[in-house]
Design a protein around this ligand. Structure first.
Ligand SMILES: Cc1cc2nc3c(=O)[nH]c(=O)nc-3n(C[C@H](O)[C@H](O)[C@H](O)COP(=O)(O)O)c2cc1C
Length: 121
């Protein structure tokens, strides 16, 4: 999600999407390489009237804060879920998280996808 003027672009998009009865609007707040600058979530929240899901680099604590202060309705987790098949359980127990190995991202086969241990393992 790299754009020359992300706040203007996504503010426009959020406004347009209000015309549709969407189940939710899911937004990556930045890109993987942190090349995107600009806070798109604040303007989107103020413009978009439906359910807003945030994503990209959220911790459990930041996610809880965002839901508590109503800046988001839900948060989606990608990499933390990849490395922690029992992520909700770990969040609930405030347990330590496995760290994902980026060298295994987008690799063929199960390695790096289904071989991270659960707490019970
Ligand atoms: C290995 C890998 C594969 C991904 N595949 C997809 C995909 O197929 N479609 C998609 O929309 N996002 C994909 N993503 C992006 C994630 O859904 C998510 O947007 C991203 O990891 C940022 O969220 P996070 O900081 O919680 O990880 C992928 C991410 C990783 C690390």
């Amino acid at each position: 999600m790299i754009d020359s003027d992300p706040v203007a672009t996504y503010s426009w998009l959020a406004d347009r999407l209000n015309d549709y009865n969407l189940a939710y609007f899911h937004v990556m707040r930045s890109d993987f390489l942190q090349e995107q600058s600009g806070d798109v979530m604040t303007p989107i929240r103020s413009i978009y009237k439906g359910v807003l899901i945030g994503n990209m680099g959220y911790s459990a604590e930041e996610a809880e804060g965002a839901i508590a202060n109503k800046s988001l309705d839900a948060i989606a987790f990608g990499v933390p879920f990849l490395a922690n098949p029992d992520l909700p359980d770990r969040f609930a127990k405030k347990a330590e998280l496995n760290t994902a190995d980026p060298s295994k991202f987008y690799s063929p086969g199960p390695e790096g996808y289904t071989d991270y241990p659960t707490l019970a393992a």
